[in-house]
Design a protein around this ligand. Structure first.
Ligand code: C2E
Ligand code: MG
Ligand code: MG
Ligand code: MG
Length: 292
């Protein structure tokens, strides 16, 4: 057991637990500093519509550039820590502001259906402050709400009453919602019945050995059919091979993103790409889209 009842009835912590707490507090302090020093920035991963090959959106992914060491940290190394504290609320707020500010600059150089997707933690959705901030950011940036999509991850939080209320209010604004990492982690089907969502994103674990596994092909085909019957579009994540892409096209999956088409790229590169209108996947069928 991680903690034990002491003889006096107080809970006592083992040295191992105490050092974990130290680590958590140290990491929290570092994240706070990063927020204060504006060390977070975004990269964007293009999303493609498979029927047309057009680039129809991009997902914002947060990065942390440590000013002292110059190294760039990936979200998996700090988002879990932030989610254990309230710092995730701050991170999601900063990311949303940055993302909308960028998204509005892309409006004049992109097609009308080009959407920017932003990840939001379930914990953030539960906080009243988030919806207020969302409305403020949309007003301040003048980003048309239809240009924004929020990606939520299945998790213990999103079925809470507060989160469901917030999700309904977000949809009323005209902002669309995607369920991220579908099929990983918590049981998934309950969410589909409870939530009114626009898009389902197939977790990239389903893409592994897709080409060799008949069962995985059946599962992915089934997810696409399920989403279609619920009136949701499907975005496949983590496409790394031409074979995976070909399968998804054959199954009439709506969209896909992944290293095969493009890794996450810096704002400027995506802007150049949009301006050059080189976002046509079909025109480059078979050859890796090299955006970077
Ligand atoms: P996610 O939202 O599912 O994002 C997709 C992740 O898969 C990204 O990792 C992306 O770089 C990676 N990826 C994309 N294509 C491929 C591929 O073809 N192969 C492989 N192996 N990986 C691919 P990243 O940027 O490290 O983000 C990891 C997770 O961190 C995200 O998963 C998301 O849950 C979370 N995250 C990222 N940015 C934010 C943010 O601003 N706020 C919150 N709350 N969470 C974020
Ligand atoms: Mg995502
Ligand atoms: Mg995902
Ligand atoms: Mg994820």
């Amino acid at each position: 057991a991680a903690k034990a009842e002491g003889r006096s009835g107080f809970v006592t912590f083992s040295p191992a637990i105490l050092s974990q707490i130290d680590l958590q507090l140290g990491e929290e302090a570092a994240i706070k500093q990063a927020l204060d020093d504006d060390e977070l920035f975004l990269v964007w991963q293009p999303q493609f519509e498979l029927a047309s090959g057009r680039m129809i959106g991009a997902e914002a992914l947060v990065r942390w550039r440590d000013r002292v060491s110059g190294t760039v940290r990936l979200p998996d190394s700090f988002i879990p820590t932030a989610e254990r504290s309230d710092l995730i609320l701050e991170i999601d707020k900063v990311v949303l502001s940055k993302a909308c500010a960028q998204a509005v600059r892309w409006v004049p150089v992109s097609a009308g259906d080009f959407i920017c997707a932003v990840n939001v933690s379930g914990k953030t959705l539960q906080a009243d402050a988030f919806f207020v901030h969302l409305v403020e950011v949309l007003q301040q940036t003048r980003l048309p709400p239809a240009r924004l999509q929020l990606e939520i991850t299945e998790g213990v939080f999103i079925q809470s009453k507060d989160a469901l209320n917030t999700l309904a209010k977000i949809r009323k604004l005209g902002v669309s919602l995607a369920l991220d990492d579908f099929g990983s982690g918590y049981s998934s089907f309950g969410y589909l019945a409870d939530l009114d969502l626009n898009q389902l994103k197939i977790d990239r674990s389903f893409l592994n050995d897709l080409e060799s596994s008949r069962k995985k092909q059946d599962v992915v085909g089934g997810i696409i059919a399920l989403a279609n019957s619920l009136g949701m579009t499907v975005m496949a994540e983590g496409v790394e091979t031409e074979g995976q892409l070909a399968f998804l096209i054959a199954e009439q999956c709506h969209g896909a993103q992944g290293f095969f088409m493009s890794e996450p790229i810096e704002e400027k590169l995506l802007t150049n790409h949009l301006i050059a209108r080189r976002g046509n996947l079909k025109a480059r069928a078979g050859s890796k889209l090299n955006l970077s």
